[in-house]
Design a protein around this ligand. Structure first.
Ligand code: ZN
Length: 177
């Protein structure tokens, strides 16, 4: 069975983006748990870097993924811009625009676009620890902007579809579909 790390971004004293009382760490955890449930139902083993509200550094999380011998690493986040409602859409970050991680990122982004998010595409971000310290293909998904109302509407009102989209992009990649 493939082993996928699901990494809900931030946690504990590190809320990530905050907008009108909404915190990125909470959205990331809720989504990771929902995605993981779908993956596990489909026979994929899941390792969560957290299942509650606690903080670990991105380096620690990357090393955990290596230690458990994961086949893929998916970090879940929400984006933020300088001003509310400035941008919208899903962006996927990868170490390199080529290879298995980029294919996984494209699949997740494409599935999320089908749910209604704008697809902002793939962006290489080699400086991130979860992307450069992980030994397996790793992606960081920014699931819409936390300070954009339209993106929050999709996230909240179509939450099950959003979780299914992320899971489908992973399942397609691990060959479990
Ligand atoms: Zn984040």
């Amino acid at each position: 069975m493939p082993l996928v790390v699901l990494d809900p971004g931030h946690g504990g004293a590190n809320p990530g983006a905050v907008y009108l009382g909404r915190q990125e760490k909470d959205d990331a955890l809720k989504l990771a748990l929902a995605v993981g449930e779908i993956l596990e139902r489909r026979g994929v083993d899941v390792y969560y870097t957290r299942t509650d509200d606690r903080y670990e550094s991105p380096v620690q999380k990357a090393l955990e993924g290596n230690a458990v011998g994961a086949d893929y690493f998916v970090s879940l986040h929400r984006n933020a811009s300088a001003y509310p409602n400035q941008y919208s859409g899903v962006e996927t970050l990868v170490y390199s625009a080529y290879g298995e991680a980029a294919r996984l990122a494209a699949r997740i982004g494409g599935r999320l676009a089908q749910v209604g998010f704008e697809d902002l595409g793939i962006r290489p971000q080699p400086s991130l620890a979860v992307l450069n310290r992980t030994k397996m293909p790793a992606v960081l998904v920014e699931v819409g902007f936390l300070n954009t109302d339209a993106d929050n509407q999709i996230f909240d009102q179509r939450f099950e579809e959003v979780a299914q989209a992320v899971a489908d992009g992973i399942l397609e990649t691990v060959g479990a579909v």
